[in-house]
Ligand binder design. Structure first.
Ligand SMILES: NC(=O)C1=CN([C@@H]2O[C@H](COP(=O)(O)OP(=O)(O)OC[C@H]3O[C@@H](n4cnc5c(N)ncnc54)[C@H](O)[C@@H]3O)[C@@H](O)[C@H]2O)[C@@H](O)CC1
Ligand SMILES: [K+]
Length: 215
């Protein structure tokens, strides 16, 4: 059985990895994106036209890094931000700079009918309140279209701890969990919305004597 973590636990492990082990957040983001590329390239997904939906925080940074790696692997990909990119975190801005230099294509809008695969990199473990109404509408509409969605870390809209839907959530066929599966993917609506959960090692360093709350 895979090890489950709460949002606070993964944040503590990430902080330890960054601050004590000295592996930067950018390294972890790159590892997350590379692990995702490997899963996608293993053959079970149609990569003929990939749309990456990216948010403005850590989850979005993973998505932008993935868009760059897909583009560099000659996989057709379009990057679309959800939210105003001017308000994005520094990590997203840095990822966007690299992606732009590499020639990653951007879109402002999508009807979700064209992509062969949607990558959900809007929100991850940082979600702490209901989604904005406009986004709720967009996700509900997207759920009505028969798209294949792969969520990065956690389906957007799912609470990492309780599995509850915060207003709306994007239903995934598979969720690639970075480091450890978030407990919300096994609880309440989270189980259905996450689809198949695929944990991937991204090189997180566990604090000595770390005790997981879920054994
Ligand atoms: N911190 C790190 O070093 C790493 C983070 N990783 C990724 O980063 C994610 C966590 O990143 P963040 O903590 O930045 O969080 P998110 O990217 O999930 O969310 C971004 C920010 O949005 C805000 N927010 C929360 N709920 C909202 C709502 N309903 N409406 C509008 N804004 C809202 C919060 O300020 C939150 O920090 C993980 O799920 C994972 O994908 C991984 O790349 C591994 C390394
Ligand atoms: K996500």
């Amino acid at each position: 059985m895979t090890q489950l973590v709460t949002a606070d636990e993964i944040k503590a492990i990430e902080a330890y990895t960054i601050n004590e082990a000295g592996l930067s957040a950018a390294v972890l983001t790159e590892r997350a994106a590379m692990a995702t590329l490997q899963v996608l390239a293993a053959g079970r997904f149609d990569l003929s036209n990939v749309l990456v939906l990216a948010g403005l925080g850590g989850n979005g940074a993973d998505g932008v890094a993935l868009a760059r790696l897909l583009h560099q692997a000659k996989i057709p990909v379009t990057l679309q931000f959800v939210g105003n990119v001017n308000r994005a975190s520094q990590a997203v801005k840095e990822q966007l700079h690299a992606a732009t230099l590499c020639g990653v294509q951007r879109a402002e809008k999508s009807d979700f009918k064209e992509p062969s695969l949607i990558i959900d990199a809007i929100f991850g473990t940082g979600l702490n309140k209901d989604l904005p109404e406009g986004l709720q509408k967009m996700l509900k509409a997207a759920n009505h279209i028969d798209n294949t969605v792969v969520a990065l870390d956690l389906p957007t809209g799912i609470d990492a701890n309780t599995g509850e839907i915060r207003g709306a959530a994007l239903k995934a066929k598979a969720t690639i969990a970075f480091g450890f599966e978030k407990v919300g993917c096994e609880k309440a609506q989270g189980k259905k919305m996450a689809g198949r959960v695929i944990p991937q090692d991204i090189g997180l360093v566990l604090p000595e004597d770390f005790i997981f709350s879920i054994q």
